[in-house]
Unconditional design. Sequence first.
Length: 434
Amino acid sequence: MKETLRLQYDALVIGGGIAGLQSALDLADQDFKVAVIEKDATIGGKMIRLSKVFPTLDCASCITTPKMAAAAHHDNIDLFTYCEVNSLDRSQGRLKASITQKPRYVDPDKCIGCRQCEYQCPVYVPDQEQGGFNLRKAVYIPFSNAIPQLALIDVEHCALCGKCAKVCPTEAIDYFQQPEDFVIEAKTAVLATGFKLTPMDQKKEYGQGQIPNVISSLQMERLLAPHGPYQRVIRPSDGKEPDSIAYVQCAGSRDLSLGISYCSRVCCMYAIKQAMLLSGALPLADITIYYMDIRAFGKGYEQFFQNAKAMGIEFVKAKVGRIEQGENHNVLLRIEEQEGDGRVVRREHDLVVLSLGMVPDWNPAGICPVGTGDDAFIKCVRPKLAPTLTEMEGVFVAGVAAGPKDIVDTIAEAGAAAMEASNYLNSSASGRAA
Ligand SMILES: Cc1cc2nc3c(=O)[nH]c(=O)nc-3n(C[C@H](O)[C@H](O)[C@H](O)COP(=O)(O)OP(=O)(O)OC[C@H]3O[C@@H](n4cnc5c(N)ncnc54)[C@H](O)[C@@H]3O)c2cc1C
Ligand code: SF4
Ligand code: SF4
């Protein structure tokens, strides 16, 4: 029987988004050996998929790509992408993570990222990296600045035609690749597993994701991104440049009917950011934000909100009760005004964006003994004194894994988690990993 590979590190970071990368870099810079486990085929998390970021309107990939590259090239960091964590437990003073490397059906030691396979593959499938608006091939590299630049085959859609194997110059295609289990041992860990958006189809009053011109906020990020699906903002159903765009706030947050009572904290700000970017991209379009409260909590955020108003973005304090398909591909909103006499009115827009909330991407139940709060995010045991401490000894949490937050707070928390992990390593009796 083949022996399971066991790798030794000082620290294990689970999640290769901005939080995980920041924690890994901070630990690696202190000369600790770090393993980063990412379940996707590339590191970068949500941030690499954004257009620009509030409140500075810096290009998201201009900030994220250097961090991704720094982690990939750091002598003290090893990246394990496309991997599943099956368990994380502690025995005899060490953490033991059992991991499965999912098959890419491409040999990572041979693939040179040349994309010849992608060009030849005859199968097209919706590209979720581009909000589902574009098509990609069944064999693909997730996006141009993905790290690592390795192809993978989407077996669900592959027609097994053999064309990719035929053109691959390095014979990297391996249709028979199997999952491989290995173990990582470390002394400390940072959980940085981030978030998913609340599902589009959760709310039947909002058309359950079936109205073509009702899109998610992440889809709008792609429409606004320089390397987006169309390189301009058009609505999906008919390619028309929208004249009137609406944002529906708290679509998946502060909604007891969905069992989500909390505020996702970033949706007000990202809606304002997108509205400002849209005013630049479509100067003649009317943009309306339907909101219950605007929560512009961070430094400079209130000014950002005031700037948006000054730019002519309409803010309507109202609860959107229902979203329906209108005529000519338009979308009808039934709204209850929250100011004045509280009228219920109908408004029509070309394109509607749901400001979806955040839910945890990972549930540790059955994998490791860290608890979660009522909101299902990872519980911090001493939120005021040591906000990154979890219920498991030597295991810390960073970023949205602990609860909704923006990038500024995520990076600050990731630094704090790295500091706690470093203190833990320095105080633990055994030495560093070789
Ligand atoms: C539409 C939208 C726009 C936004 N715009 C802004 C903005 O302009 N400015 C701003 O400050 N913030 C913005 N945000 C918030 C920002 O995206 C988050 O603050 C940030 O991405 C959090 O980073 P993270 O690393 O904690 O989580 P994530 O980015 O979610 O990264 C988590 C990573 O962990 C991986 N992972 C999850 N589970 C596992 C597992 N079990 N094993 C291994 N890996 C795992 C995931 O695949 C992912 O790569 C926006 C959010 C949205 C939805
Ligand atoms: S699998 Fe082969 S053809 Fe495809 S990117 Fe890798 S090296 Fe190029
Ligand atoms: S074998 Fe599959 S991935 Fe390769 S070219 Fe054919 S359909 Fe595409």
